[in-house]
Design a protein around this ligand. Structure first.
Ligand SMILES: Nc1ncnc2c1ncn2[C@@H]1O[C@H](COP(=O)(O)OP(=O)(O)OP(=O)(O)O)[C@@H](O)[C@H]1O
Length: 877
C-alpha cells in the first residue's frame, strides 16, 4: 500500500518540471545510491542553464517529487539535535508524541490541520487557490501560510513548527487541538470532505487524542475506484414482461388439469386464483396421474408450493366416497420437509387456506423451537399432512409413539438443496429409512374403509426448488428413484409474457424472474454504510414509491448492529421538539419490542418507516412474531435479515431487495432477489460490490438474468450518495460525512454499541470467508481492506485490535485458575482454556450458517494476522 496521505503537492502552475528519473530494478541499496548521485548533481548543477531552470522551479516543484522516492531537488535537512540524547529534536517529539504548545501532531498516527474557509472551494472544485498546497489525495488541499512555504521547500523549519513525515512541517493554532479532540470545529475552520467536524485529516487518518487506538479515516479519500469500465445500457431498456405470472383462464383452468370442481372453485372464489401458473400446469397433471418421484424446478415466486400441494390434496380428497370421508384419524399421507421454520409455517398457512374447502382433512406442523408437548398432543389427535423441519421430525420419529408413518405416500423436500446445504443429510436419510417404500400390495389396502386407490401405489418423493445445487444430486441418491424433472413449458412462459414479437424465451435452468429489475452498485468499503443509508433514504423519501424492502446481511451480529444503528433515537431539533407528539406510535408486542423500531436513519417523524430485524439467533416466537409484523405491516417497512429469510418466504408487497452483503453462492442470490417480483408482480433488486475482484460478479448476475447484461443497471456510490443525501453541488459529501461521524461517535460513546459494532465487523469477516469455492477468487479475503471495512461498521479501531467477546476463551473456574497458576509456576506452558460448547453453538447460530470449515477459518485467521503485522494505513509513521 502506498503511503496514504503522506504525499503533499505544491500547486505547480504551468512552469515546466524537471524530468523525473525513475530508478528501477536491482537491489534497493543500489537504487538508493544511484538516486543520491543524481540528487547531488541536481542540487549543484554544473550546467548553468540547468541551474537556472532549477531556480525557476524551486517553488513550483511538486512536493510529491520533492520528497518522493525519485526526488530531484531535495534540499538539505536542518538537523536539530537534542544536546542530551543526540537525537533529532523533531523526530524525537514526533516519536514521543509530546508536542510543543500550539502544535498538533500530523503525519504520524495523530495528524490534523485546520482548514480555512477560503479553502473550501478548492476542496470542492479540486482547483487550488494560490498559496495552497495539496495534501493527501487529489481532492484535498490546505492553505499554508506564506511563511511556511519556504520551510516546506527548504526543509528548514520556522520556529514553532514541527516536522511531520519527511520534510514537511506546519504549525497549528491551539484551538484546533480541542476541536480535534471534541469533534467540534472552531470558528473559521471548515469541515473537510474527509472528516467533517473533526478538522482536516492529513492522509485521511487521525487519532483522537487520549484514545490511542482510534483512527478516524476520511470517507472520501483513498477509496479504490472500479477497475472495470461498465457499459451503461444505451437506451432505456423496455421492461420485460413477467415470466412467473399465472396463465390466463383462456389458456388453462384448474379443472382441465385434473383438479376436482370443489378445489378449483375454492381456488377461484376464496383464494382469487383463477388459473394455474406455468409450473402448476406442468406439475399437477403429472403428480395426479403418475406415481414417479419428481424434481419440480421453476423460478422463484412461480407458485411451486401449490404445484405440489394441490395434487396431494386432490388425491387425498379423492379417497372419500359418499359414505366414508377421510378424517384426521385416517392416517398420515404426506410429509413436507423445509429448511427453515418460517417456511414451514408459511406452507402450513397455504395448506390451511386450501383445506378450508375440505375441513375434514387436517394438516399440522412440527417445528424446531416450538413446544414438543403440544406437537405431541396434536399428533395424537391425528393428522393427514405434516409440515416439518427435519431435526424436529427426526426427533418425533424417534420419541413420539403416536406418530405412525406406515401410511405416508408423499415425502416432499421443499428447497431440497438448502436442506442439504444446512447439513440435514443425516436427518433426511433417517427419515427416508423410517418411512420406507411401501410395497404395492400394502398400498392397495383399504384404510379405515377408504379406498386407497386414489393414492400413489408407492411412496413418492418430490424435490422442489428454484435452483439445484450439486448437493441435490446427493439428496436424489438418498431419496429419489427414477425421478422425472418437471419444469414449466417454455411456450407457457412465453404466453404469460405476452410476447407477440417472438422474444426468445431463455430455457436456462436457473434464472431470475424476467420482470425483476436488477442493479449493482460498486461501492468502496468505507462508503458502504453511508451508501446503504442513502439508498434507503431515497427509496422511502416519497411515500408509496417503495412499500417494503429487505436488506440481506451476511450474519446475525451484523444484522443486530445495523438494526441498532438505523433505529437510534430520532434527533430532536427544536422544530421536531414541537411536534414530537406526532411521532407515530409503533405497534409492538412483548415479543417484538427488540426487533421492531422506527428506521430513524432513513425516515422522519412525518414520513416514518418501520424497521424489523430477523436472524437465526432470535428465539423462535420472536422470529415468528417479527416476520408476521413485517408481512402484515400496512406502513412502509424495511427488514434487515440474514439468509434465514432468503428461501421460499412469500411476503406480499416486497418491492425492493438489497443485497448489502453479496450472497454466498449464485443460487442464494436468485433466492434472495426472488423475494420480490413474485407471481408476475414488479420488483427491484440491488447488490453491493466492492471495487476490484468483486466486479467480476456482474457476469454471474448477468448469467442468471434472462436479458443478460443488457438489463442490469450500474450505479456508482457517488450517484447513490448524491441522490440519497441531496443538497446542492457537492453538499451530499458533507452530509454523508457528518452522518458517518455521528454514527461513529454513537458507537464510541456506548460500550454496548461499540461491542455490537465490533462483533458485527468480526462476524462479517468470518462470513466472508465462507463464500463457495468457485467464487472465492471474486470474494477474496486477501484483497479485503479490513481498515476500510471497519469504517462501514462505524469503528475507529485498528482491525487487528478488535476483539470479539464471543471468541474469548470460556471463563475459567477458580480451580482451573489455580491449576494454571501452578503450571505457570512450574514453568509449564499454560494451556488455553477450552472454548465453551455454548459459545461455539452460538457462533454457528449467529452466522445462520454451518460452522466455518477449516479452510475458511484458516483464510480468515491469515487475513487478520496480515493486518496486524503488515504496514497499512493504520500504522503509518
Ligand atoms: N395460480 C396462481 N394464481 C395466482 N397467484 C398464485 C398462483 N399460484 C401461486 N400464486 C401466488 O404466487 C406467490 C408465490 O407462490 P409460491 O410461494 O408458491 O412460489 P414459489 O415458486 O414456491 O417461490 P420460491 O421459489 O420463492 O419459494 C404466492 O403469493 C401465491 O399465493
Amino acid at each position: 500500500m502506498t503511503d496514504d496521505g503522506m504525499l503533499m503537492n505544491f500547486e505547480i502552475g504551468d512552469a515546466p518540471l524537471l524530468p523525473k528519473q525513475k530508478f528501477q530494478g536491482g537491489r534497493w541499496k543500489d537504487r538508493l545510491a544511484a538516486k543520491r548521485i543524481v540528487e547531488k548533481r541536481i542540487s549543484k548543477p554544473s550546467n548553468p542553464s540547468t541551474r537556472e531552470l532549477f531556480k525557476e522551479n524551486r517553488h513550483t516543484v511538486a512536493v510529491e517529487d520533492y520528497i518522493g522516492p525519485s526526488t530531484e531537488s531535495r534540499a538539505p535537512k536542518r538537523q536539530r539535535v537534542d544536546s542530551e540524547t543526540g537525537r533529532n529534536v523533531d523526530t524525537a517529539k514526533f516519536i514521543s508524541g509530546k508536542l510543543p504548545p500550539g502544535s498538533i501532531n500530523i503525519g504520524g498516527p495523530k495528524r490534523s490541520v485546520p482548514i480555512q474557509e477560503e479553502t473550501r472551494p478548492a476542496f470542492v472544485s479540486g482547483k487550488l487557490p494560490p498559496g495552497s498546497i495539496k495534501i493527501g489525495g487529489p481532492s484535498r488541499s490546505v492553505t499554508i501560510p506564506e511563511e511556511t512555504r519556504p520551510a516546506f521547500v527548504s526543509g528548514k523549519l520556522p520556529p514553532g513548527s514541527i516536522k511531520i513525515g519527511g520534510n514537511r512541517s506546519t504549525t497549528f493554532p491551539e484551538e484546533t487541538r480541542s476541536a480535534f479532540v471534541s469533534g467540534k470545529l472552531p470558528l473559521g475552520s471548515i469541515e473537510s470532505r474527509g472528516n467533517a467536524s473533526q478538522g482536516f485529516t492529513n492522509g485521511g487518518h487521525q487519532t483522537e487524542s487520549g484514545k490511542p487506538n482510534q483512527i478516524i479515516s476520511s470517507l472520501f479519500s483513498f477509496n479504490p475506484s472500479a477497475k472495470t469500465k461498465f457499459e451503461e445500457p444505451e437506451e432505456e431498456v423496455e421492461p420485460a414482461k413477467p415470466s412467473n405470472a399465472p396463465l390466463t383462464e383462456e389458456m388453462e383452468t384448474f379443472t382441465a388439469l385434473g383438479l376436482s370442481r370443489r378445489l378449483a372453485a375454492h381456488l377461484s372464489t376464496k383464494l382469487d386464483m383463477k388459473a394455474p401458473t406455468a409450473i402448476q400446469k406442468a406439475a399437477i397433471p403429472e403428480m395426479i396421474k403418475d406415481d414417479s418421484d419428481a424434481f419440480i424446478q421453476a423460478e422463484t415466486g412461480s407458485g411451486k408450493t401449490l404445484a405440489y400441494l394441490l395434487p396431494i390434496v386432490e388425491r387425498i380428497l379423492a379417497m372419500s366416497s359418499d359414505d366414508v370421508k377421510v378424517h384426521r384419524d385416517s392416517g398420515l399421507f404426506a410429509i413436507v420437509l423445509t429448511p427453515t421454520r418460517e417456511l414451514c409455517k408459511q406452507i402450513a398457512s397455504v395448506l390451511e387456506k386450501l383445506l378450508r374447502c375440505a375441513p375434514w382433512i387436517v394438516g399440522t406442523t412440527v417445528i424446531g423451537g416450538e413446544s414438543k408437548q403440544s406437537e405431541k398432543a396434536r399428533l395424537r389427535k391425528g393428522v393427514n399432512i405434516l409440515i416439518a423441519t427435519p431435526g424436529r421430525l427426526a426427533d418425533h420419529l424417534d420419541n413420539t409413539e403416536v406418530l405412525k408413518v406406515n401410511t405416508v405416500r408423499w415425502l416432499v423436500l421443499d428447497e431440497g438443496d438448502r436442506l442439504m446445504e444446512l447439513g440435514f443429510e443425516d436427518e433426511i436419510k433417517g427419515i427416508v429409512e423410517k418411512i420406507g417404500r411401501r410395497p404395492v400390495s400394502a398400498v392397495r389396502d383399504r384404510i379405515n374403509g377408504l379406498d386407497t386407490k386414489a393414492l400413489p401405489s408407492r411412496r413418492v418423493t418430490i424435490l422442489c426448488s428454484a435452483t439445484m445445487k450439486m448437493n441435490v444430486q446427493r439428496l436424489g441418491e438418498i431419496s429419489l428413484k427414477d425421478a422425472v424433472h418437471i419444469q414449466a413449458d417454455p411456450s407457457d412462459i412465453e404466453a404469460t409474457r405476452n410476447d407477440t414479437d417472438g422474444v426468445e424465451v431463455d430455457e436456462k435452468a436457473f434464472s431470475a424472474p424476467a420482470q425483476l429489475k436488477q442493479a449493482y452498485a460498486v461501492v468502496p468499503a468505507k462508503l458502504r454504510l453511508v451508501t446503504l443509508t442513502a439508498i434507503l433514504k431515497r427509496a422511502f423519501a416519497r411515500r408509496g414509491s417503495v412499500m417494503k424492502a429487505i436488506v440481506f446481511i451476511s450474519c446475525a451480529d451484523s444484522v443486530d448492529f445495523h438494526f441498532s444503528l438505523f433505529s437510534r433515537p430520532w434527533e430532536v431539533s427544536e422544530e421536531d421538539e414541537e411536534n414530537a407528539a406526532e411521532a407515530p406510535p409503533l405497534t409492538k408486542t412483548d415479543l417484538t419490542k427488540d426487533t421492531i423500531a422506527h428506521g430513524t436513519a432513513f425516515s422522519s417523524k412525518t414520513n416514518p418507516v418501520v424497521l424489523c430485524k430477523l436472524h437465526g439467533s432470535l428465539a423462535q416466537n420472536i422470529r415468528t412474531a417479527t416476520l408476521k409484523a413485517f408481512t402484515e405491516s400496512a406502513e412502509p417497512c424495511v427488514m434487515v435479515c440474514t439468509d434465514v429469510a432468503s428461501r421460499g418466504l412469500d411476503m406480499p408487497n416486497v418491492d425492493y431487495v438489497i443485497e448489502y452483503d453479496p450472497p454466498f453462492s449464485a443460487e442464494d442470490h436468485l433466492h434472495r432477489v426472488g423475494r420480490t417480483a413474485r407471481a408476475g408482480k414488479d420488483g427491484r433488486a440491488l447488490i453491493f460490490l466492492l471495487p476490484g475482484e468483486e466486479e467480476e460478479y456482474v457476469s454471474i448476475l448477468a448469467s442468471g438474468y434472462k436479458d443478460g447484461k443488457k438489463a442490469l443497471t450500474h450505479h456508482t456510490a457517488e450517484d447513490l450518495l448524491r441522490k440519497g443525501f441531496g443538497g446542492t453541488g457537492r453538499e451530499w459529501e458533507d452530509r454523508a460525512t457528518e452522518w458517518q461521524l455521528e454514527v461513529e461517535r454513537w458507537s464510541q460513546d456506548s460500550p454496548k454499541y461499540l461491542e455490537m459494532a465490533r462483533r458485527g465487523f468480526q462476524s462479517h469477516i468470518r462470513a466472508y470467508a465462507t463464500h463457495v469455492a468457485n467464487e472465492r477468487h471474486i470474494f477474496n479475503m486477501q484483497t479485503l481492506h479490513l481498515g476500510h471495512l471497519a469504517k462501514a461498521f462505524a469503528l475507529r479501531d485498528k482491525p487487528g485490535s478488535i476483539k470479539v467477546p464471543g471468541l474469548r476463551p470460556a471463563k475459567m473456574t477458580k480451580a482451573d485458575r489455580s491449576v494454571a497458576a501452578r503450571k505457570a509456576k512450574r514453568g509449564e506452558v499454560e494451556e488455553k482454556a477450552p472454548e465453551g460448547e455454548r459459545v461455539r453453538k452460538q457462533r454457528k447460530l449467529d452466522l445462520d450458517l454451518p460452522s466455518l470449515n477449516d479452510s475458511a477459518a484458516k483464510r480468515m485467521k491469515q487475513k487478520m494476522k496480515e493486518h496486524m503485522a503488515v504496514a497499512s494505513e493504520f500504522n503509518i509513521g
